[in-house]
Design a binder for this molecule. Structure first.
Ligand code: PGA
Length: 260
């Protein structure tokens, strides 16, 4: 499988004011000059997107949003559309994060509509999937992940959907300090790639970027990224400080360089 530069996205969730965004983005851009081998992506809250975009300017750092609505415009109070994200400077959008599924009743069908809307506006989706603790304990992990992929990708042809970016985020590992072991994560990542190959063919599946998320920190980034099918990370808590986020990027690059 062709080696892919590590893809490291920071999901800031509901954190950071505009001044805080300016500070964190500036610090990351400064450090990123030595980290050109990685694709670094920042996902601040909606209110800070355009300011982050201004600071990112022509640098190699990319901007992502954390959610979107599937319609382009209309009477949907409180929602933000794909053309608006594009306008604010977003290259990527996170879709179907487990917190959205858990607290905002997001379903696979809704995820599917959002992916289609993002692609329509040339904003690349980062599609999140992952099992709960109960599902893992019942040995349903692969079934759940397959079902989420099947529902989320329904009717989406391969051609317009490249690169395919999927984030495997076991719900029990998000914000809990419990990380999946590299072997646990690799097993699911390999399964996801197989599912993508079945749906889109071998080459698009090999090119797909499969991220791991769930308590990623500098101390576990190297071992996780050393696994064959782990191409990068979606980082929550540790992305809120420049130092820990940059350290994760460094560890990922180190693992990437040693990868066969
Ligand atoms: P965490 O969050 O790194 O704080 O566990 C990951 C995520 O929810 O994307």
């Amino acid at each position: 499988m062709a080696k892919k530069p590590p893809f490291i996205a920071g999901n800031w969730k509901m954190h950071k004011t505009i001044p805080e965004t300016i500070d964190l983005t500036t610090a990351i851009i400064k450090a990123s000059k030595d980290l050109a081998e990685a694709e670094i992506v920042l996902a601040p809250p909606f209110t800070a997107l355009s300011e982050a975009s201004r600071i990112i300017g022509g640098s190699a750092v990319r901007l992502a949003a954390q959610n979107l609505h599937w319609e382009d415009k209309g009477a949907f109070t409180g929602e933000v559309s794909a053309p608006m994200l594009k306008d604010a400077g977003c290259r990527y959008v996170i879709i179907g994060h487990s917190e959205r599924r858990q607290y905002f009743e997001e379903t696979d069908a809704g995820v599917n509509r959002k992916i289609k809307a993002a692609l329509q506006s040339s904003v690349f989706p980062i599609v999140c999937i992952g099992e709960s603790l109960a599902e893992r304990e019942n040995r349903e992990t692969m079934v759940v992940v397959s079902r989420q992929l099947e529902g989320g990708l329904q009717g989406i042809a391969g051609g317009g959907f490249e690169p395919i970016i999927v984030a495997y985020e076991p719900v029990w590992a998000i914000g809990t300090g419990k990380t999946a072991t590299p072997a646990q994560a690799e097993e699911v990542h390999a399964h996801i790639r197989q599912e993508l190959a079945r749906r889109y063919g071998n080459e698009p599946a090999e090119c797909a970027i499969i991220l791991y998320g769930g308590s990623v920190k500098p101390a576990n980034a190297f071992a996780l990224l050393s696994e064959r099918n782990i191409d990068g990370f979606l980082v929550g808590g540790a992305s809120l400080e420049a130092e820990s986020f940059i350290q994760i990027v460094r560890e990922a690059i180190r693992a990437y360089k040693e990868k066969k």
